[in-house]
Design a protein around this ligand. Structure first.
Ligand SMILES: C=CC1=C(C)c2cc3[nH]c(cc4nc(cc5[nH]c(cc1n2)c(C)c5CCC(=O)O)C(CCC(=O)O)=C4C)c(C)c3C=C
Ligand SMILES: [Fe+2]
Ligand SMILES: [Fe+2]
Length: 347
Protein backbone atom coordinates (compact mmCIF):
# COMPACT_ATOMS: atom_id res chain seq x y z
CA UNK A 1 0.00 0.00 0.00
CA UNK A 2 1.51 3.34 -1.03
CA UNK A 3 0.79 6.81 0.32
CA UNK A 4 1.56 10.11 -1.37
CA UNK A 5 2.95 13.34 0.05
CA UNK A 6 4.77 16.45 -1.19
CA UNK A 7 7.95 18.18 -0.08
CA UNK A 8 8.21 21.90 -0.87
CA UNK A 9 11.86 22.96 -1.09
CA UNK A 10 13.23 26.51 -1.03
CA UNK A 11 16.78 27.85 -0.81
CA UNK A 12 17.22 28.42 2.93
CA UNK A 13 18.65 31.12 5.18
CA UNK A 14 21.11 31.32 8.07
CA UNK A 15 19.77 30.45 11.54
CA UNK A 16 20.24 34.04 12.67
CA UNK A 17 21.92 37.28 11.63
CA UNK A 18 24.99 36.44 13.72
CA UNK A 19 28.01 36.47 11.34
CA UNK A 20 28.96 32.99 12.66
CA UNK A 21 25.62 31.55 11.52
CA UNK A 22 25.84 33.43 8.23
CA UNK A 23 29.33 32.01 7.67
CA UNK A 24 28.14 28.45 8.33
CA UNK A 25 25.24 28.90 5.91
CA UNK A 26 27.37 30.50 3.18
CA UNK A 27 29.94 27.75 3.53
CA UNK A 28 27.35 25.06 2.84
CA UNK A 29 25.75 27.11 0.03
CA UNK A 30 28.86 28.22 -1.81
CA UNK A 31 30.68 24.89 -1.44
CA UNK A 32 27.88 23.26 -3.44
CA UNK A 33 29.52 22.26 -6.76
CA UNK A 34 26.34 23.26 -8.61
CA UNK A 35 26.58 26.81 -7.23
CA UNK A 36 30.31 27.41 -7.62
CA UNK A 37 31.07 24.86 -10.30
CA UNK A 38 34.84 24.66 -10.27
CA UNK A 39 37.08 21.81 -9.02
CA UNK A 40 36.94 21.22 -5.26
CA UNK A 41 40.41 22.61 -4.53
CA UNK A 42 39.65 25.85 -6.39
CA UNK A 43 36.15 26.21 -4.89
CA UNK A 44 37.61 25.65 -1.45
CA UNK A 45 40.30 28.27 -2.10
CA UNK A 46 37.77 30.83 -3.43
CA UNK A 47 35.10 30.20 -0.78
CA UNK A 48 37.10 29.36 2.35
CA UNK A 49 40.25 31.26 1.45
CA UNK A 50 38.65 34.46 0.15
CA UNK A 51 34.84 34.89 0.27
CA UNK A 52 34.23 33.65 3.82
CA UNK A 53 36.84 36.04 5.24
CA UNK A 54 34.78 39.12 4.47
CA UNK A 55 31.34 38.24 3.11
CA UNK A 56 29.69 36.86 6.31
CA UNK A 57 30.02 40.21 8.11
CA UNK A 58 28.66 42.15 5.15
CA UNK A 59 25.85 39.64 4.53
CA UNK A 60 24.99 39.55 8.25
CA UNK A 61 24.51 43.33 8.16
CA UNK A 62 22.25 42.99 5.12
CA UNK A 63 20.24 40.20 6.79
CA UNK A 64 19.84 42.37 9.93
CA UNK A 65 18.05 44.98 7.84
CA UNK A 66 15.37 42.60 6.63
CA UNK A 67 15.10 40.02 9.46
CA UNK A 68 11.66 39.65 11.09
CA UNK A 69 10.80 38.94 14.71
CA UNK A 70 9.74 35.41 13.65
CA UNK A 71 13.01 34.88 11.71
CA UNK A 72 14.17 34.93 8.09
CA UNK A 73 11.46 36.29 5.74
CA UNK A 74 12.21 33.53 3.22
CA UNK A 75 11.66 30.82 5.84
CA UNK A 76 8.62 32.44 7.47
CA UNK A 77 6.95 33.06 4.10
CA UNK A 78 7.71 29.50 2.96
CA UNK A 79 6.20 28.16 6.20
CA UNK A 80 3.05 30.20 5.64
CA UNK A 81 2.85 28.82 2.11
CA UNK A 82 3.34 25.26 3.38
CA UNK A 83 0.56 25.67 5.98
CA UNK A 84 -1.90 27.02 3.43
CA UNK A 85 -1.04 24.39 0.81
CA UNK A 86 -1.45 21.74 3.52
CA UNK A 87 -4.95 23.07 4.22
CA UNK A 88 -5.85 23.06 0.51
CA UNK A 89 -4.53 19.66 -0.58
CA UNK A 90 -5.53 16.18 0.36
CA UNK A 91 -2.03 14.81 1.03
CA UNK A 92 0.66 15.50 3.69
CA UNK A 93 2.86 18.50 2.85
CA UNK A 94 6.30 19.13 4.37
CA UNK A 95 8.78 21.96 3.88
CA UNK A 96 12.57 21.83 3.61
CA UNK A 97 15.45 24.08 2.61
CA UNK A 98 18.38 23.12 0.37
CA UNK A 99 20.82 24.83 2.77
CA UNK A 100 20.69 25.46 6.51
CA UNK A 101 18.95 23.72 9.40
CA UNK A 102 15.62 22.82 7.79
CA UNK A 103 17.22 20.05 5.79
CA UNK A 104 15.72 17.93 3.03
CA UNK A 105 16.55 14.87 5.15
CA UNK A 106 14.35 16.19 7.99
CA UNK A 107 11.54 16.99 5.54
CA UNK A 108 11.63 13.47 4.12
CA UNK A 109 11.74 12.00 7.62
CA UNK A 110 8.63 14.01 8.55
CA UNK A 111 6.79 12.58 5.53
CA UNK A 112 8.03 9.07 6.33
CA UNK A 113 6.61 9.35 9.84
CA UNK A 114 3.24 10.13 8.26
CA UNK A 115 3.47 6.90 6.28
CA UNK A 116 4.34 8.58 2.96
CA UNK A 117 6.09 6.40 0.39
CA UNK A 118 5.61 8.38 -2.86
CA UNK A 119 6.95 11.92 -2.71
CA UNK A 120 6.46 14.83 -5.07
CA UNK A 121 9.48 17.11 -4.69
CA UNK A 122 8.43 20.69 -5.38
CA UNK A 123 11.40 23.04 -5.92
CA UNK A 124 9.99 26.50 -5.23
CA UNK A 125 11.60 28.04 -8.33
CA UNK A 126 9.74 28.97 -11.50
CA UNK A 127 12.82 28.47 -13.71
CA UNK A 128 15.26 25.55 -13.91
CA UNK A 129 18.84 26.25 -12.82
CA UNK A 130 21.60 23.89 -11.84
CA UNK A 131 22.17 26.08 -8.74
CA UNK A 132 18.55 25.64 -7.60
CA UNK A 133 16.28 22.91 -9.00
CA UNK A 134 19.05 20.54 -10.04
CA UNK A 135 20.96 20.64 -6.76
CA UNK A 136 17.73 19.94 -4.84
CA UNK A 137 16.93 16.87 -6.96
CA UNK A 138 20.47 15.52 -6.83
CA UNK A 139 20.66 15.81 -3.05
CA UNK A 140 17.16 14.37 -2.58
CA UNK A 141 18.09 11.34 -4.67
CA UNK A 142 21.33 10.82 -2.70
CA UNK A 143 19.33 10.95 0.54
CA UNK A 144 16.72 8.58 -0.85
CA UNK A 145 19.32 5.99 -1.74
CA UNK A 146 21.03 6.24 1.64
CA UNK A 147 18.17 6.74 4.10
CA UNK A 148 14.79 6.30 2.40
CA UNK A 149 15.19 3.41 -0.09
CA UNK A 150 11.52 2.49 0.31
CA UNK A 151 10.44 5.88 -1.10
CA UNK A 152 9.90 6.87 -4.73
CA UNK A 153 10.22 10.45 -6.00
CA UNK A 154 8.66 12.55 -8.72
CA UNK A 155 9.34 16.23 -9.18
CA UNK A 156 7.35 19.24 -10.26
CA UNK A 157 9.14 20.63 -13.32
CA UNK A 158 9.93 24.33 -13.77
CA UNK A 159 6.60 26.13 -14.10
CA UNK A 160 7.81 29.36 -15.74
CA UNK A 161 5.41 29.03 -18.69
CA UNK A 162 2.41 27.41 -17.03
CA UNK A 163 -0.61 29.61 -17.80
CA UNK A 164 -1.89 29.49 -14.18
CA UNK A 165 1.47 30.74 -12.90
CA UNK A 166 1.64 33.54 -15.47
CA UNK A 167 -1.92 34.48 -14.55
CA UNK A 168 -1.25 34.89 -10.80
CA UNK A 169 2.09 36.61 -11.37
CA UNK A 170 0.45 39.06 -13.78
CA UNK A 171 -2.39 39.67 -11.36
CA UNK A 172 0.04 40.36 -8.52
CA UNK A 173 1.82 42.94 -10.71
CA UNK A 174 -1.39 44.57 -11.93
CA UNK A 175 -2.72 44.89 -8.37
CA UNK A 176 0.44 46.60 -7.11
CA UNK A 177 0.66 48.94 -10.08
CA UNK A 178 -3.01 49.89 -10.21
CA UNK A 179 -3.32 53.66 -10.18
CA UNK A 180 0.45 54.20 -10.41
CA UNK A 181 1.51 55.90 -13.62
CA UNK A 182 4.91 54.16 -13.67
CA UNK A 183 6.99 54.59 -16.82
CA UNK A 184 9.05 51.38 -16.83
CA UNK A 185 8.59 47.90 -15.37
CA UNK A 186 11.84 45.99 -14.84
CA UNK A 187 11.78 42.19 -14.52
CA UNK A 188 14.85 41.40 -12.41
CA UNK A 189 15.92 37.74 -12.13
CA UNK A 190 18.67 36.27 -9.96
CA UNK A 191 21.78 35.99 -12.13
CA UNK A 192 23.94 32.94 -12.77
CA UNK A 193 27.35 32.71 -14.41
CA UNK A 194 27.03 32.40 -18.21
CA UNK A 195 28.99 29.17 -17.89
CA UNK A 196 26.04 27.54 -16.07
CA UNK A 197 23.80 28.11 -19.07
CA UNK A 198 26.27 26.62 -21.54
CA UNK A 199 26.91 23.62 -19.27
CA UNK A 200 23.25 22.65 -19.28
CA UNK A 201 22.77 23.06 -23.04
CA UNK A 202 21.67 19.52 -23.91
CA UNK A 203 22.28 20.16 -27.61
CA UNK A 204 25.86 21.33 -26.83
CA UNK A 205 25.60 24.00 -29.54
CA UNK A 206 22.45 26.06 -29.05
CA UNK A 207 23.22 28.50 -26.25
CA UNK A 208 25.34 31.39 -27.41
CA UNK A 209 23.99 33.88 -24.91
CA UNK A 210 23.31 36.32 -27.68
CA UNK A 211 20.16 38.18 -28.67
CA UNK A 212 18.83 35.25 -30.71
CA UNK A 213 19.36 31.82 -29.12
CA UNK A 214 16.82 32.20 -26.34
CA UNK A 215 14.07 33.24 -28.77
CA UNK A 216 14.86 30.50 -31.30
CA UNK A 217 12.95 27.31 -30.58
CA UNK A 218 15.23 24.56 -29.20
CA UNK A 219 15.07 21.47 -26.95
CA UNK A 220 17.89 23.19 -25.02
CA UNK A 221 15.28 25.49 -23.48
CA UNK A 222 14.06 22.75 -21.16
CA UNK A 223 17.18 23.48 -19.09
CA UNK A 224 17.97 27.05 -20.18
CA UNK A 225 17.51 29.42 -17.24
CA UNK A 226 18.02 32.46 -19.46
CA UNK A 227 15.32 31.39 -21.96
CA UNK A 228 12.93 30.61 -19.12
CA UNK A 229 13.45 34.06 -17.56
CA UNK A 230 12.86 35.85 -20.87
CA UNK A 231 9.75 33.73 -21.41
CA UNK A 232 8.27 34.87 -18.10
CA UNK A 233 8.83 38.50 -19.11
CA UNK A 234 7.32 37.90 -22.54
CA UNK A 235 4.28 36.02 -21.28
CA UNK A 236 3.51 38.54 -18.54
CA UNK A 237 4.04 41.37 -21.04
CA UNK A 238 1.45 39.73 -23.32
CA UNK A 239 -0.98 39.07 -20.50
CA UNK A 240 -0.82 42.63 -19.19
CA UNK A 241 -0.62 44.07 -22.72
CA UNK A 242 2.48 46.04 -21.81
CA UNK A 243 3.70 48.37 -24.53
CA UNK A 244 7.03 47.64 -26.22
CA UNK A 245 9.79 49.71 -24.61
CA UNK A 246 7.98 50.09 -21.26
CA UNK A 247 9.38 46.88 -19.78
CA UNK A 248 12.66 44.96 -19.82
CA UNK A 249 14.65 42.11 -18.26
CA UNK A 250 17.81 42.20 -16.14
CA UNK A 251 19.80 39.92 -13.81
CA UNK A 252 20.86 40.69 -10.23
CA UNK A 253 23.16 39.44 -7.45
CA UNK A 254 26.32 38.64 -9.38
CA UNK A 255 29.30 37.41 -7.37
CA UNK A 256 32.94 37.16 -8.44
CA UNK A 257 34.68 38.14 -11.64
CA UNK A 258 33.31 35.72 -14.25
CA UNK A 259 30.71 37.03 -16.69
CA UNK A 260 27.17 36.53 -15.37
CA UNK A 261 23.95 36.92 -17.30
CA UNK A 262 23.47 40.48 -18.47
CA UNK A 263 22.21 43.17 -18.42
CA UNK A 264 22.91 43.61 -14.73
CA UNK A 265 20.05 44.96 -12.62
CA UNK A 266 22.03 47.65 -10.75
CA UNK A 267 23.37 49.13 -14.00
CA UNK A 268 19.93 48.91 -15.62
CA UNK A 269 18.29 50.81 -12.76
CA UNK A 270 21.00 53.45 -13.01
CA UNK A 271 20.58 53.70 -16.78
CA UNK A 272 16.80 54.03 -16.48
CA UNK A 273 17.20 56.90 -14.02
CA UNK A 274 19.85 58.59 -16.16
CA UNK A 275 17.74 58.36 -19.30
CA UNK A 276 14.91 60.31 -17.70
CA UNK A 277 12.65 57.63 -16.21
CA UNK A 278 11.13 59.16 -13.07
CA UNK A 279 8.88 56.36 -11.92
CA UNK A 280 9.88 52.75 -12.21
CA UNK A 281 8.56 49.48 -10.83
CA UNK A 282 10.45 46.25 -10.36
CA UNK A 283 9.32 42.64 -10.08
CA UNK A 284 11.51 39.65 -9.17
CA UNK A 285 10.05 36.47 -10.71
CA UNK A 286 13.00 34.16 -10.01
CA UNK A 287 11.82 34.08 -6.40
CA UNK A 288 8.56 32.73 -5.10
CA UNK A 289 9.16 34.13 -1.59
CA UNK A 290 10.55 37.50 -0.61
CA UNK A 291 14.08 37.18 0.72
CA UNK A 292 17.35 39.00 1.16
CA UNK A 293 17.68 39.50 -2.60
CA UNK A 294 14.30 41.19 -2.98
CA UNK A 295 13.92 43.00 0.35
CA UNK A 296 17.47 44.33 0.64
CA UNK A 297 19.20 44.21 -2.74
CA UNK A 298 16.20 45.42 -4.73
CA UNK A 299 13.87 47.27 -2.36
CA UNK A 300 16.68 49.04 -0.47
CA UNK A 301 19.83 49.15 -2.62
CA UNK A 302 17.96 49.33 -5.92
CA UNK A 303 15.83 52.21 -4.72
CA UNK A 304 18.91 54.05 -3.48
CA UNK A 305 20.63 53.70 -6.87
CA UNK A 306 17.52 55.01 -8.64
CA UNK A 307 17.23 58.04 -6.35
CA UNK A 308 20.96 58.81 -6.62
CA UNK A 309 20.62 59.28 -10.37
CA UNK A 310 17.52 61.45 -10.07
CA UNK A 311 14.73 58.86 -10.23
CA UNK A 312 11.66 59.74 -8.14
CA UNK A 313 9.36 56.80 -7.48
CA UNK A 314 10.58 53.23 -7.14
CA UNK A 315 7.91 50.57 -6.58
CA UNK A 316 8.86 47.02 -5.59
CA UNK A 317 6.32 44.32 -6.36
CA UNK A 318 6.16 41.59 -3.69
CA UNK A 319 6.82 37.96 -4.58
CA UNK A 320 3.85 35.59 -4.69
CA UNK A 321 4.59 34.50 -1.09
CA UNK A 322 1.37 33.04 0.37
CA UNK A 323 -1.17 34.81 -1.85
CA UNK A 324 -4.46 32.93 -1.97
CA UNK A 325 -4.50 32.55 -5.78
CA UNK A 326 -0.91 31.22 -5.78
CA UNK A 327 -1.76 28.78 -2.97
CA UNK A 328 -4.69 27.52 -5.04
CA UNK A 329 -2.55 27.09 -8.16
CA UNK A 330 0.25 25.24 -6.34
CA UNK A 331 -2.23 23.08 -4.44
CA UNK A 332 -3.99 22.26 -7.72
CA UNK A 333 -0.74 20.99 -9.29
CA UNK A 334 -0.03 18.87 -6.22
CA UNK A 335 -3.56 17.46 -6.08
CA UNK A 336 -3.47 16.61 -9.77
CA UNK A 337 -0.21 14.71 -9.24
CA UNK A 338 -1.71 12.93 -6.27
CA UNK A 339 -4.57 11.68 -8.42
CA UNK A 340 -2.59 10.80 -11.54
CA UNK A 341 1.19 10.81 -11.82
CA UNK A 342 1.82 13.04 -14.78
CA UNK A 343 5.53 13.66 -14.98
CA UNK A 344 8.54 11.85 -13.60
CA UNK A 345 11.63 13.96 -13.64
CA UNK A 346 14.29 12.19 -11.65
CA UNK A 347 17.16 11.19 -13.87
C1 LIG B 1 27.92 32.14 -6.39
C2 LIG B 1 26.89 32.00 -6.64
C3 LIG B 1 25.44 32.03 -6.63
C4 LIG B 1 24.60 31.48 -7.59
C5 LIG B 1 24.98 30.77 -8.86
C6 LIG B 1 23.27 31.72 -7.14
C7 LIG B 1 22.12 31.34 -7.83
C8 LIG B 1 20.82 31.52 -7.37
N1 LIG B 1 20.43 31.94 -6.10
C9 LIG B 1 19.05 32.03 -6.08
C10 LIG B 1 18.26 32.44 -4.99
C11 LIG B 1 18.73 33.07 -3.83
N2 LIG B 1 20.04 33.42 -3.56
C12 LIG B 1 20.08 34.03 -2.33
C13 LIG B 1 21.20 34.50 -1.69
C14 LIG B 1 22.50 34.34 -2.15
N3 LIG B 1 22.92 33.88 -3.37
C15 LIG B 1 24.29 33.81 -3.43
C16 LIG B 1 25.09 33.31 -4.48
C17 LIG B 1 24.62 32.63 -5.61
N4 LIG B 1 23.33 32.40 -5.95
C18 LIG B 1 24.79 34.31 -2.16
C19 LIG B 1 26.23 34.43 -1.78
C20 LIG B 1 23.68 34.60 -1.37
C21 LIG B 1 23.71 35.00 0.11
C22 LIG B 1 23.51 36.34 0.42
C23 LIG B 1 24.66 37.23 0.18
O1 LIG B 1 25.70 37.04 0.80
O2 LIG B 1 24.51 38.12 -0.64
C24 LIG B 1 18.74 34.08 -1.78
C25 LIG B 1 18.32 34.72 -0.46
C26 LIG B 1 18.38 33.79 0.74
C27 LIG B 1 17.77 34.40 1.97
O3 LIG B 1 18.12 33.94 3.07
O4 LIG B 1 16.95 35.32 1.93
C28 LIG B 1 17.91 33.47 -2.70
C29 LIG B 1 16.44 33.23 -2.58
C30 LIG B 1 18.56 31.63 -7.35
C31 LIG B 1 17.09 31.59 -7.73
C32 LIG B 1 19.66 31.33 -8.16
C33 LIG B 1 19.74 30.87 -9.55
C34 LIG B 1 18.86 30.94 -10.43
FE1 LIG C 1 21.66 33.26 -4.90
FE1 LIG D 1 19.24 30.10 -24.94
Amino acid sequence: MTKKGALLVNLGSPDSTDPKDVKKYLDEFLMDPRVIDVPYWLRSFIVRGIVLNTRPKKSAEAYSKIWWEEGSPLIVLSERLRDKVDDHTGIPIALAMRYGSMTIKKGLQELKEKGVTEVLIVPLYPQFAMATTETIMVLAEELRQEFFPEMTFDSLPAFYNKPEYIEVLSKSIAEKLEGLDYEHLLFSYHGVPERHIKKRDITKSHCKIDGQCCITHSPAHKFCYRHQCYEVTRLVGEKLQLKEGTFSTSFQSRLGFDPWLQPYTDRTIEKLGLTGINKMAIVTPAFVSDCLETLEEIAMEGEEIFHEVGGKEFTTIPCLNDREDWVRVLSGWIDRWAIVEVETAIA
